[in-house]
Every structure is written in C-alpha cells, then in structure tokens.
Design a protein around this ligand. Structure first.
Ligand code: ADP
Length: 289
C-alpha cells in the first residue's frame, strides 16, 4: 500500500498559500511530517483526511482517489486532529462506544469487545468510567488514538499529537504509536524532531508549504555526518558567529550558548566535530531554504 500525493496546492481565501506543489510518496509504516508552525502540515493532514479540498493536485491510496472518493476513504481512515475536543461529561467507555456506533459497528457484543480491547491497548482500562473532562493531556491523546483505531483503519493521521505532553506522557504515547501495525500507513505531523527520530521509518520536512527534504531518518542523518561542528560561545559572540559561519542552531546548555555550524570542512580551529542528529538535518534544511 502506498499513499501518493502529487502537485498538491492550496491557497486560502486570505491569500495564504499553505501548500505549494506538494509531492510525497508515503509507504506503510510510520511517516513523519516535520515542519515549523505554519508550514502547512495541518492543511495537508486535513486534505488527506478528506476534510478540505485542495485547489489542485491528487492524492491516491493505491487506486483509491482520496480527493474524489471521500466516503470510501472515511471507512478506512483513523484521524486524530490537532484540536481534539471531547465531551467533558461523558466517560471514555461511553464515548468510545458511541463513536463505534457512528463507525457502523452496530453489533453490541462485537462493539463491547472492541471498546474493551482499545481501552486496554491505550492503557485506559482503569479510567474507563471517568469523564473525559477529568483526563490529563496525555490521557486525552491516548483516548484520541483509541477512537482513531476504531474500525481497523488502513490509514491513520495524527496531527501534532505530542504538543503539550510532559516527557512521561509523551513516552507513553510514543510506545502506543509504535505498536500500531506496520502494515498500514501512519502519518504523524509534528514540529518536534524527537517524535520523528524516535518513531518514523520515513519522513519529510515541510516549510512554507513546500517539501524541502524526504528520506529515511537514518539515511539523511548519515548524509550529514562530518559536516556539523559545535562550539560553546558567549552569547555576545553570537552575531559575529552568524555573520561568519552557517549557524544552523543555537541552544543553551547549563546557561552557556552552544552553536551548531554546517560546514563541509572544519570552520576554524576553535570548533569541535559532532555527530549529526536529526535536529541538525532539520535545522540545516530549514536554514538552506
Ligand atoms: P501547520 O499545521 O504546519 O502549523 P497550517 O496548515 O495550520 O500549518 O497553516 C499553514 C498556513 O496556512 C499558515 O500560514 C496558516 O496561518 C494558514 N491557514 C491555515 N488554515 C487557514 C484558514 N482556514 N484560513 C486562512 N489561512 C489558514
């Protein structure tokens, strides 16, 4: 199974061009769509999820025309949107049961088994009777995955699922996502590099509506080895460094400013070679654009 996106473009009525000729080939397994806020990720996710129309271009899941055959797509789609609203006064179990009915699972016994299995899979057994309004961010997101898994989807879209989760919740959520089958297409949109490096076998970087890079995380990291250099500086030196070198990222470590520079060769004697990571791939790709 493969999701093929070709020449996809979208301009909103206010003139913002959110997608510019996007082309992506997404195989089964976990695919990371990485980009900063405003890159066009949600626009792309909503378009694949049949919730909005592109101006031009096509999306096919094998032979299924996603843009035209919306009803067919919805039968095989699981979607966790960025803003996942819940009815606060309804329990997890009741809500999931209700959503299962909407998905067309009308046999009560079958539905109960399914709801039980999903609550178990998402580690919500203990809180099944609790109202959704009392759930933490991480619990809500796990519930969001439970509802996205209803009806054995072949295509799952999760839009920025870990934003706002604390590290333990994020870790739990990662484990849950990684357990979802490798035989379906799972698209994870995120601005968090670690989400992609932890989980995804394939990825794309998108910015200002354009795909800047696609590949396998291990491969794109490998391609950057030997070209990333690190230096700890005083923050007053930053402007000078930025004018002399290709500074791709700056971060604070123990109160000091640490810069990463992209360079084919040692920039000058004061830099230390570092092993490239996916964050270096991400920041150098954005810097190039
Ligand atoms: P991301 O999910 O990567 O943050 P979005 O797809 O939400 O990006 O947004 C891409 C661009 O389109 C942004 O500039 C955003 O402000 C704009 N945008 C998104 N939705 C709308 C809309 N309904 N109307 C007008 N502009 C929008």
């Amino acid at each position: 199974m493969i999701l093929s996106i070709s020449n996809l473009s979208k301009t909103y009525p206010n003139g913002v061009q959110a997608l510019k000729n996007v082309a992506l080939s997404i195989p089964t397994g976990m695919f990371g769509l990485l980009g900063p806020n405003g890159a066009g990720k949600s626009t792309l996710m909503r378009t694949i999820a049949t919730l909005q129309e592109p101006d031009a271009g096509s999306i096919f899941l094998d032979s299924l025309d996603v843009v035209k055959q919306k009803d067919e797509v919805r039968k095989i789609l699981g979607y966790l949107p960025q803003e996942f609203g819940v009815y606060p006064k309804v329990s997890a179990e009741m809500m999931l049961d209700h959503l299962a009915v909407l998905k067309g699972i009308t046999n009560a016994k079958q539905r109960k088994e399914l709801v039980d299995a999903l609550l178990h899979q998402t580690n919500l057994d203990d809180v099944r009777k609790k109202n959704l309004g009392t759930f933490s961010g991480g619990m809500k997101q796990r519930f969001g995955i439970a509802q996205a898994l209803l009806g054995n989807p072949k295509l799952i879209i999760v839009d920025e699922p870990t934003a706002g989760l604390d590290p333990a919740e994020r870790n739990r959520f990662h484990n849950l996502l990684s357990a979802i089958g490798e035989n379906i297409v799972v698209i994870l949109s995120t601005h968090i590099v670690d989400d992609v490096s932890d989980l995804c076998s394939h990825m794309a970087i998108i910015s200002e509506g354009e795909v800047l890079l696609t590949g396998e995380p291990l491969k794109v990291i490998h391609d950057l080895q030997g070209k990333i250099w690190k230096k700890t500086i005083d923050k007053r030196e930053l402007a000078d460094c930025q004018s002399r070198f290709k500074v791709i990222s700056t971060r604070l470590f123990a109160g000091k400013t640490v810069i990463h520079v992209f360079s084919e060769t040692q920039p000058d004697g004061t830099f230390e070679a570092v092993e490239a990571g996916l964050d270096d791939v991400y920041f150098s790709t954005l810097a190039k654009a």
